[in-house]
Design a protein around this ligand. Structure first.
Ligand SMILES: Cc1ncc(COP(=O)(O)O)c(C=O)c1O
Length: 348
């Protein structure tokens, strides 16, 4: 891999107390091009604009997928990733669905390690802060024929982020629009999935919600996921999440929470959750918690949900499962707790 270091670092010009999610990027970026049927030698270069043809096919046909992961720095200066294999496997599953060639594992890990080593001073250390790592790949062929491109570009960029604080999260159960449908691309982190969420989410935000809860596309009866989060529901002491499918993203955080919850002895079920169960649980008092989880938010409790013109507030319980699970998960991520699962990956 060729590395061209930045001549000067922008690091000292950044106010780390005023970070807005995904606005500031580190000094370097990773680039690898696919052409002539093969991934070429990867490079790390100073972060900056790239040149593309106006006919570049990703702009027209949306052949583009991405990942989201975080690098954490512990108090001794150690740098860690959390289950990066999962992100690597998922970006290739996403790519396969969008007819993008698979990226080689050794390039992915070489790139991540070298980039994080170069930009390690950009990893914030205050509680809950981290370096958000964004691998992505897009069709980079000039030409507007509607067929898979012949050239692609794989990149990794990194952005320092503070602990995510969404404020009180009110979510609206969506019954008109769909995020994903059976046979579609919902399980892939396809760029277009996110574009399609913006309009319905914007409508919900006008009603003072922060996010929508997506439901199944055919009957809008079962809960699927929310924003960039998988969703857990606690009914009495049972913790439930919907099974992954071709319309739900197989979240790394979801998977990790399931494991931690089981090992803590909680009653965990992976099964479809009907919105009707939430409404009934609200009436009977069985509904104790609903929370979203994902790399960006970690775990974010929902303070209430809107459904068919009614609002159902959820009072945070004193024995919050969300809080307990978050402490363990974050402890593993930041190397303050034992990692019995071998989920932590040491970069430095
Ligand atoms: C649609 C969607 N669902 C769920 C998640 C949570 O996945 P993860 O825990 O791997 O970040 C994400 C974020 O990646 C997402 O974009």
């Amino acid at each position: 891999m060729k590395i061209t270091p930045a001549k000067t670092s922008r690091r000292d010009q950044i106010d780390f107390d005023q970070l807005t999610f995904g606005q500031i990027f580190t000094d370097h970026m990773f680039i690898c091009d696919f052409k002539d049927g093969a991934w070429q030698t990867p490079e790390i270069v100073p972060y900056g604009p790239i040149s593309i043809a106006p006919s570049m096919s990703a702009l027209h046909y949306g052949q583009a997928v991405f990942e989201g992961m975080k690098a954490y720095k512990d108090t001794a200066g150690g740098v860690w990733l959390f289950r990066p294999d999962e992100n690597f496997n998922r970006i290739n599953r996403s790519s396969e669905r969008l007819s993008i060639p698979a990226f080689p594992k050794e390039y992915f890990f070489e790139g991540l390690n070298a980039l994080l080593k170069l930009d390690q001073n950009w990893i914030p250390t205050d509680a809950g802060s981290s370096l958000y790592v964004r691998p992505f790949v897009f069709a980079n062929t000039a030409g507007i024929q509607a067929s898979p491109a012949k050239e692609y570009r794989f990149m990794i960029i990194c952005s320092p982020v503070k602990a995510y604080y969404s404020g009180a999260m009110r979510v609206k159960v969506e019954e008109k629009f769909s995020r994903a449908a059976p046979g579609g691309v919902g399980y892939a982190k396809a760029a277009g999935n996110y574009a399609a969420q913006f309009y319905p989410t914007g409508l919900a935000q006008k009603e003072d919600y922060q996010q929508v809860i997506w439901t199944d596309a055919s009957a809008h009866q079962n809960l699927e996921e929310s924003g960039t989060m998988n969703v857990f529901v606690r009914l009495n002491d049972e913790l439930i999440t919907a099974p992954t499918s071709d319309s739900i993203l197989d979240g790394v955080t979801r998977k990790s929470i399931l494991q931690i919850a089981k090992d803590k002895g909680l009653a965990v079920s992976v099964r479809p959750i009907a919105i009707a169960e939430l409404v009934e649980g609200h009436a009977s008092g069985a509904l104790k918690e609903v929370f979203g989880c994902g790399t960006a938010v970690v775990i974010s409790p929902f303070e209430g949900f809107g459904f068919q013109n009614n609002y159902y507030p959820i009072e945070a319980p004193t024995d919050s499962f969300a809080q307990m699970l978050k402490e363990t998960l974050v402890g593993i991520q930041y190397n303050t707790l034992e990692d019995p699962y071998n989920w932590r990956y040491k970069v430095l």
